[in-house]
Design a binder for this molecule. Sequence first.
Ligand code: MG
Length: 169
Amino acid sequence: MNAKVHELLNAQINKEFYSAYLYLDFSNYFEERGLDGFANWYMVQAQEERDHAMLFYQYLQNENQIVTLDAIAKPEKKYSCDMDVLKAGLEHEIYVTSLINDIYAAAYEVKDFRTMQVLDWFVKEQGEEETNANDLITKMELFGSDPKSLYMLNQELAARVYTAPSLVL
Ligand code: MG
């Protein structure tokens, strides 16, 4: 495997674990707020991010590439309101999309078609992540200021269940 592609894929393991850690922090924030549905939504999100990390980990191992695990950064942001958290989530997903695109560009440059094929799933996944984050912000803008509506939105988010990723390596 090309050294640059390897480096970026290995770094992405850490980035995805950080995503899981960040969403766990969001879940913790909403748990403290008493909004258990929001807490559940971000808990499921955290589980998905851990899966993403493990997919990159597994892919490098399948390709007989060395995996190096690095320290996971501390989620530093303090949130002044619920919307702040939701917007930080969207901002983070846009950043992750840029990381996936960077790996794709590196793989494309050296004609690493196998890595590109794995990344195709992540390109689509990032589109969904950004849509989900945007939808949540829209719902919060519409319903967040009314307690009854917020209660119902919280109930809706409580129904989200974890499913394993559709990508099989
Ligand atoms: Mg991810």
